[in-house]
Design a protein around this ligand. Structure first.
Ligand code: ZN
Ligand code: MN
Length: 435
């Protein structure tokens, strides 16, 4: 069988738990990780009949901020909708989400278009314990932001790098931990292939992708599987599949729902969201310097190689540490570039020191690395005595001799002498000899 090559069309859906104080529609704490099960619940997030939701403004603003950082438009009118489906972790029988009027639309990060950024509520957590399934409602109602991309990713490597960039950006904003291991960042991939440069009319959704490595493997696997089907003249089914890490395969879970299956309708218990342009501006000014802009500035301001800047920028606390240390170091005559190299190459356990302690230590090391004054003077005397010819030249007015003698001293001390000081010592000794 001849295997043709097909273009990969990949779109990602990324769910992110927001780091707000309270949950999306009630006053329970949003920070649920590692808490005793079902201790952070109330009638609203338990989904009891008659309990009314009140929208969390902090979560809405955080989502708009993320949308703006992703270059999105923020429509002045937005609303919540009910997405109806039955699932054990969703006792209301619907999730409050956003359908046709999300908080942010039409953005871009790097080469990949952002279709929308919307806000919804997280579901309860299911814990399967041999014969029973248990529910923990601490997670139920936690604000969940969903970023949906256009199908503009064309390789699994690009997917991984792009997702890491998104994660970094959102962490810089401080709106989410985006921690895959803790489940505060969860990924789904929509994958299809075509032999033309048009998007095909089917897509396969892969769920349960809880690490960047799994994403890459699942995409590679699915690309292979769909290529084989298409090569046999078959069309892959529109369906939802899960990634089975043990078997290293994707497995069919269910045929994919269409939007109409969810019977979306506007949430009657919540008023729609209306912004003034001024309010959007007030959120916009809260945008911090984003990683890409920081990188451009660092390369210029500190003459850092791009690779060094990239490593230091990966985590915001590390980036902030570097800038503080560079600022303090500058006053002590330390080069930001040397500092950056030291941090990247980890020649020193800087993470145990404050920036001020680190600079103090480097300044001390620098001075200790230099030769004690007396020892330096002795070497100067020796070098002068060993070069009578140079001394004679100096008497003839050849000042360049000083640099020659300095070179000799530096060679003998393996560069440990302070050049300015040594130059002065040489001049002094030559004058003494002269007089
Ligand atoms: Zn609650
Ligand atoms: Mn969702």
């Amino acid at each position: 069988m001849k295997i043709k090559s097909y273009q990969l069309w990949l779109g990602m859906e990324i769910h992110l738990e927001l780091k707000t104080v309270s949950k999306m529609f009630c006053a329970c704490p949003a920070d649920h990780f590692g808490k005793k099960p079902n201790t952070q619940v109330c009638p609203t997030c338990l989904g009891l009949p008659g309990a009314l939701p009140v929208a969390n403004r902090q979560a809405i603003e955080a989502t708009v901020l993320a949308g703006l950082a992703l270059g999105c438009q923020v429509p002045l009118f937005s609303k919540f909708d009910r997405k109806n489906y039955f699932y054990p972790d969703l006792p209301k029988g619907y999730q409050i989400s956003q359908y046709d009027l999300p908080l942010a639309i039409k953005g871009r990060l790097n080469q990949v278009g952002i279709r929308r950024v919307h806000l919804e509520e997280d579901t309860a957590k299911m814990i399967h314990d041999r014969s029973v399934s248990l529910l923990d409602f601490n997670r139920s109602g936690v604000p969940l932001m969903e970023v949906v991309t256009e199908p503009e990713i064309h390789s699994s490597t690009q997917a991984k790098e792009w997702l890491q960039e998104l994660q970094q950006l959102l962490r810089y904003l401080g709106v989410t931990d985006a921690d895959m291991e803790k489940g505060s960042m969860r990924l789904e991939a929509n994958i299809s292939l075509s032999s033309t440069d048009h998007l095909p009319d089917y897509k396969v959704e892969i769920k349960n992708l809880n690490s960047f490595r799994f994403v890459q493997k699942a995409i590679d696997y699915e690309q292979q599987r769909q290529t084989e089907l298409l090569s046999q003249g078959k069309k892959p089914l529109q369906e939802t599949r899960g990634w089975d890490e043990k078997k290293q395969i994707s497995v069919s879970q269910r045929s994919k729902e269409e939007a109409q299956d969810y019977r979306y309708f506007p949430e009657p218990d919540l008023p729609p969201i209306r912004w003034t342009k001024m309010e959007i501006e007030q959120i916009k000014v809260q945008l911090p310097e984003l990683p890409a802009a920081k990188k451009r500035r660092w390369i210029k301001q500190y003459s850092l190689p791009e690779s060094t800047a990239t490593v230091l920028l990966r985590f915001l606390p590390q980036a902030e540490y570097f800038e503080k240390a560079a600022f303090l170091g500058k006053k002590q005559g330390l080069e930001a570039k040397d500092l950056a190299n030291l941090m990247v190459n980890r020649r020193l356990d800087w993470q145990k020191l404050t920036p001020a302690q680190l600079i103090g230590r480097l300044v001390k090391e620098k001075s200790q690395a230099q030769l004690p004054l007396k020892q330096g003077e002795e070497i100067v005397v020796r070098v002068i005595e060993a070069n009578p010819r140079a001394v004679a030249d100096y008497r003839q007015g050849k000042a360049a001799v000083i640099e020659f003698l300095l070179g000799q001293v530096m060679a003998q001390t393996r560069g440990k002498a302070d050049p300015n000081l040594t130059r002065k010592q040489i001049q002094k000794k030559l004058k003494e000899k002269d007089g």
